[in-house]
Design a protein around this ligand. Structure first.
Ligand code: UD1
Length: 504
């Protein structure tokens, strides 16, 4: 370990010697912890990081003034659709996706390093359960969808196959996530196929470029954004692991969408057949201010413009048909070829520009007293996972139906959108639709048939509580054999055991 004098010299080079100002008064243990934390910060990188943060903060807030003039919607030839068009083509995509999965060429990669501040929980979001009858957490639903899609591909192609699950965590989420998976026996997945790795952390910085001490013995650190993925892939040799397993296509997704279709064969097949190196799933934006990035073109190049970086005027622009001009909402589901990821980690990562988030960062004042600021006082620098899109040679977007594929859990229940209640409702409404489409009929307490609403929107309370285990159906398939022509008194919990009982 470096001596305190060494560290002092290094910090001086970085212009950050204030980080040691309480060191002399610390007991041996916290002192050692602080020194270890400081030793991990490379002086030149720290200097640049702090300078960049201050410079970015000094620029006028909001999107660059000329952005509006440089934006265009994606040209239609770059966009496919899961719901419109010919069902035969959709089947072809699905077949291709299942084929690639059966060949063990597909992996999923979860971005799970975020802190879930808006939801207000202290544990990783994937451990959250929104109050489904089964009480399954987001992680469990995801694990079961992986098992089911493996099964579908295996059955179709008569092989046994694996979809490895890579999980990017951060200092905040690795410990609890790993523990949770162990406690739940990896949800019956083979632990060798669940690969957790950690993203880097960066110091939070004051507006004048000084790294913030959160405690006398601790620098305030935050994960480097979900675009930290690319350096984390390199740090932990994840692409080498993928290569060893023969993985060629990666579905990257964010943790909080209860309807996420892991390794979605339709999306994978579409991207593969289009020869894409990079893809993004989109939904039609629900309203102009919806906090989703917009997939569009900037200076003719595909890109996502994040909701925090688009002006309200631009977000509200209308197309001639009356819909939003920029209506391709990013749902943080990306397709990458391993070759593309390799190119990014080898050649392009350093070109990704960090984004500035101004936040309230707890700190110690000059007397060493802890302060919880009421106003934003610090800068966190984050890279975004989609910032690699402009480097793609063949980017495609894939439009899916919101009620089938997107209901994110962002806020606590006090909000009326993107909350535990709205996520639960979206999943239960979807399962009720699937059951009705498969021919189930629901009865009320008096035995009378409940009205059928097979086209139930995701935001509505379903007429009957019905939850279908992902182990029974991945996307509504295969339910007729259990449900057709049968009557049920809700709740109907269709798990594997019930499915066996209902089997003709
Ligand atoms: C940068 C980004 O992708 N933004 C997208 C994200 O926004 P949004 O602002 O909602 O993004 P979140 O902060 O929820 O992060 C998205 C995902 O990235 C993970 N994460 C975040 C920070 C970090 O350092 N490490 C990490 O792994 C989170 O755990 C989460 O799984 O989802 C929306 C859809 O729901 C999209 O419309 C946004 O365009």
């Amino acid at each position: 370990m470096a001596s305190e004098a060494d560290l002092r010299a290094r910090l001086q080079r970085a212009g950050q010697q204030h980080l040691l100002r309480f060191c002399a008064e610390l007991a041996p243990e916290p002192r050692a912890a602080l020194l270890a934390q400081l030793e991990a910060l490379e002086p030149e990188a720290l200097r640049q990081h702090c300078q960049r943060a201050a410079a970015a903060c000094a620029r006028p807030p909001g999107p660059p003034p000329d952005l509006a003039a440089r934006l265009q919607p994606l040209p239609p030839e770059r966009v496919g659709s899961a719901s419109e068009g010919d069902p035969q083509t959709r089947r072809l995509w699905e077949e291709e996706g299942l084929h690639q999965i059966a060949l063990n060429k597909v992996a999923v990669l979860l971005l799970a390093g975020g802190q879930g501040t808006r939801l207000g929980v202290t544990y990783p979001k994937g451990m959250y359960q929104v109050g489904l009858p089964s009480q399954k957490t987001l992680y469990q639903l995801q694990a079961e969808r992986i098992r089911r899609v493996e099964q579908l591909a295996s059955e179709r192609h008569g092989t046994r196959c694996t979809v490895p699950w890579y999980i990017m965590t951060s200092e905040f989420t690795l410990g609890p996530t790993a523990k949770f998976f162990k406690e739940h026996d990896f949800f019956h997945l083979d632990p060798n196929n669940v690969i957790m790795f950690e993203q880097r952390m960066l110091p939070a910085v004051t507006f004048d470029g000084r790294a913030i001490l959160e405690r006398k013995d601790k620098v305030a650190m935050a994960p480097d954004g979900n675009g930290g993925l690319y350096s984390a892939l390199e740090d932990h040799q994840i692409l080498e692991d993928m290569e060893r397993r023969g993985v060629e296509f990666v579905h990257v997704y964010c943790v909080d969408n209860i309807l996420v279709r892991l390794a979605d064969p339709v999306f994978i097949g579409f991207c593969v057949l289009r020869g894409a190196d990079c893809g993004a799933k989109v939904v039609e934006k629900a309203y102009p201010e919806e906090p989703v990035g917009v997939v569009c073109q900037v200076d003719g190049v595909p890109q996502v413009v994040e909701y925090s970086e688009i002006s309200p005027e631009v977000a509200q622009l209308r197309a001639p048909g009356g819909g939003l001009l920029y209506n391709a909402g990013n749902i943080c589901n990306h397709f990458f070829t391993r070759d593309f990821l390799r190119m990014v980690t080898r050649e392009l990562e350093h070109l990704l520009q960090p984004h500035v988030a101004v936040k309230k960062v707890p700190y110690v004042d000059e007397h060493g007293n802890p302060v919880k600021p009421l106003q934003p006082n610090g800068i966190k620098m984050e890279k975004f996972v989609f910032d690699v899109l402009p480097f793609a040679k063949n980017f495609v977007a894939f439009q899916v139906l919101r009620e089938e594929e997107f209901s994110p859990l962002k806020n606590a229940d006090s909000a009326d959108r993107d909350s535990p209640s709205t996520s639960r409702r979206a999943l239960l409404a979807q399962h009720c639709r699937w059951a009705l489409q498969a021919g189930a009929r629901f009865l009320d307490v008096h035995g009378a048939r409940l009205p059928e609403q097979p086209s139930l929107p995701g935001s509505a309370e379903p007429p009957a509580i019905c939850e279908i285990s992902p182990l029974v159906s991945y996307a509504g398939e295969g339910l007729e054999e259990y449900l057709r022509g049968r009557e049920f008194r809700p709740p109907l919990i269709l798990d594997e055991a019930t499915a066996r009982e209902l089997q003709p």
